[in-house]
Design a protein around this ligand. Structure first.
Ligand SMILES: Nc1ncnc2c1ncn2[C@@H]1O[C@H](COP(=O)(O)OP(=O)(O)OP(=O)(O)O)[C@@H](O)[C@H]1O
Ligand SMILES: [Mg+2]
Length: 428
């Protein structure tokens, strides 16, 4: 455990809601350079081996203990997302995102059981979600550490059955194997895969991790996340707030005091946090968000557009055909991602269905402009939580030094435009 204490310390000695503000926010100059960063998270939580060695050496000389035995143990940082998860480790002194067994840098936070009882985790589980909806567990983070009475609305929005046990706790029903799972047990399967893939990637057994959670998670949600790690056979050294992890990824712990806004638009949720950072201290001043806004909604707009065009042309409702819907959903996400770097993309879905006349295909072009039109109200919905978080922190944009964009959906150019418009900042 000596190693873990050192590791945490080296990572910035971060407190979540630490001491009172070190300076008067209102006295802040508005003429400071104001910039916005954007990019994906890199979550550099784990510990450089050199730091660990240094601490051991110091202890050794102080207590005159015998020859040093160096335990070179990797600690990984895990971003356990609602829709996707990622794991990082220090490699050669630099944070590195671990590539999973499928060669991807993120892993869908999805677990499924097939009719024959096989367990699928990650991309393979996501790929069969539409055809096996009642045994495919996604967005489980919405249920972790919650009581049934708190998640009635959420429970209606997933394709698997959410029930309560005799203590009022949430259970997820899996008819394929006739079992009920706690949300922690499902999240544990995701963590297990992440850590197995990390062990393979790093060529080292991984047993310790730091895991991120949304800043607004309460004690019960944090404890349940830790429990998920324990079920997965991991020692969770620390739970870190997601916006704090994002700030660390941008090196904010090395800066002198700044007030920043973290804009995190992921797959299913949108979180905005205002933080005061600097000198290794991170204080969350306010959080806001939209628990049902993310990349999945943007995908759905494209799916609905494809399906309504097809219905107009062919008179067939593809949304009722599970196989077709699965393919439309995958094609929509792919097109959306392509439109982050291209101004138009071709969508090709051969043999999407068949009629008495023979097979039917979809072959179309989606422009970025059309995509933005389909999603214009979603883009608008990004604004309110930003205003609310500033209001709750009793600040305005002129008090914010920097904005950090995190989450896959902030790659969408129109989302970046929304942020620069409302903040009146420029990208660097
Ligand atoms: N280049 C891109 N352009 C547009 N969208 C992208 C791009 N890359 C990833 N995405 C989208 O980002 C979303 C996933 O983001 P992320 O991995 O941050 O989610 P998450 O952290 O799991 O979700 P949440 O924050 O809701 O918990 C998906 O909807 C994905 O399609
Ligand atoms: Mg996220």
């Amino acid at each position: 455990m000596a190693s873990s204490a050192a590791q945490i310390h080296i990572l910035g000695g971060i407190g979540f809601a630490t001491t009172s503000s070190k300076r008067n926010l209102n006295a802040k100059s508005t003429s400071l350079p104001r910039t916005a960063f954007f990019g994906t998270r890199t979550n550099p939580f784990s510990t450089p081996t050199s730091a660990f060695l240094r601490i051991n050496t110091r202890n050794a000389s102080r207590y005159s203990v015998g020859p040093l035995r160096v335990v070179n143990e990797k600690v990984v940082g895990i971003d356990l997302g609602t829709t996707n998860s990622a794991v990082a480790a220090m490699e050669g002194g630099k944070p590195t995102i671990v590539t999973n067994a499928e060669g991807q840098r993120t892993t869908p936070s999805v677990v499924a059981y097939t009719k024959s009882g096989d367990r699928l985790v990650g991309q393979i589980a996501k790929r069969q979600a539409v055809v096996n909806p009642e045994n495919t567990f996604f967005s489980v983070k919405r249920f972790i550490g919650r009581r049934m009475s708190e998640v009635d609305e959420e429970a209606k929005q997933v394709s698997y059955r959410v029930v309560k046990d005799e203590n009022g706790n949430v259970k997820l029903e899996c008819p394929a194997i006739g079992k009920q799972f706690a949300a922690e047990e499902i999240s544990a399967q995701v963590l297990r895969k992440l850590v197995d893939d990390a062990s393979r990637f790093l060529n080292e057994k991984v047993t310790k991790a730091v895991v991120t959670v949304p800043a607004y998670f309460n004690d019960s949600q944090r404890t349940a996340t830790k429990d998920a790690g324990r079920i997965a056979g991991l020692e969770v050294l620390r739970i870190i707030n997601e916006p704090t992890a994002a700030s660390l990824a941008y090196g904010f712990e090395r800066k002198s005091n700044e007030t920043i806004l973290v804009f995190d638009l992921g797959g299913g949720t949108f979180d905005v946090s205002v933080l005061e950072v600097g000198d290794g201290v991170f204080e969350v001043l306010s959080t806001s968000g939209d628990t049902h806004l993310g990349g999945d909604d943007f995908d759905k707009r494209v799916v609905d557009w494809l399906a309504s065009n097809f219905k107009k042309d062919e008179g067939i409702d593809l949304l009722k055909d599970k196989q077709a819907l699965q393919r439309l959903t995958e094609a929509a996400e792919k097109a959306k991602i392509e439109l982050s770097s291209l101004t138009q993309t071709n969508m090709s879905l051969p043999f999407i269905t068949a009629t008495a006349d023979g097979p039917k295909h979809i072959e179309t072009t989606l422009t970025r402009a059309k995509f933005e039109e389909l999603c214009s109200d979603l883009l608008d919905r990004c604004k309110t939580p930003v205003e609310n978080s500033l209001r709750d922190a009793k600040l305005s944009f002129s008090d914010i030094d920097e904005v950090i964009l995190v989450g896959g959906s902030t790659r969408i150019p129109a989302v970046q435009e929304v942020v620069s418009t409302i903040s009146n900042m420029v990208y660097v």
